[in-house]
Every structure is written in C-alpha cells, then in structure tokens.
Write a protein of this length. Sequence first.
Length: 164
Amino acid sequence: MMHSAEALSDALAQADIRKDEAGFRQLLDHLPAAIYTTDADEVLTFANRAATELAGRTPRPGIDKWCVSWRLYRTDGSPLPLDQCPMAVALKEQRAVRDVEILAERPDGIRVPVMPFPTPLRDAAGNFCGAVNVLVDIGKLKRAEQAEARRADVQAAEATTIAA
C-alpha cells in the first residue's frame, strides 16, 4: 500500500497536466486516495474529494498554505507547525519526503494517523513549480498493530501464570 502511494505520487509529479488540466483534475477528484497540490509559492492549488474527507474541512485553494489539514501533530502528540510539515519541507527543499508519519487533526478533534508522500513538481523545462502530496490514512494499520500488541501482552501474561 505504501509503495503504491509513493508510486502514485511520483507518477503524478511526472505527468504532463498542461495538455488537459481540467480532465486531469477530474480524474484526481474521483480517486480514493487523498491528493492535493500546491504551487511554488506553497499555496494550495487543488484538493480532491478524498483529501477534503480526510481533512474534515473544505480546503481553500489560493488561500491555504502547505496542506489541507486543520492542525498537525507529530506521532508523540506534540504540535507540528504547518510550516514544518512534510509538504513544507518538500517545497522548501525541492525534494520528495518519505518515511514520515504524522497525525492530522480535523476540526471535530479527531486525529487521523497519515503517511504523506509529498513530491516536487517540475515543468517541461525542469523548473520547480510546486508539489503534489498523496496522504495515506494509516489508522486501520495502527489499530491492528495495537490489537496485536495487546494480544501479545495477554499471551505473555498467560504464559507467566501457567509457568508459576
């Protein structure tokens, strides 16, 4: 799943959307993956339906900077300023950011664990022109990991009781 998101992000970064930008955006809007783009000035230019659903708010193209989320947190729960989020890093350093997990907080207070895949965009001449981000909701994976850890703890406790 994560490799698929990375491949999608890379493919979107290489696509020549100038040929049919409206059609390309319509395609992105129907994908189940949360996808959004920014320009080189770090301003949101597009967010698909899945990104809006994940964020729990309507992103504001032309106004919002760096991301679609209400608030961001590191996995330890500490606040992550938006200007330090993975997309901001990708834009400032003009490089893809990988292997990062963050928590995206929705306006209703729900925190969603996500893995972002921000990737710089370049025009036909190779000039930096913005970035695309694919956000993967890893909430189900995290819940499964926690359930497995609880099962292991119970089994260990049972084994200790039997041995005693």
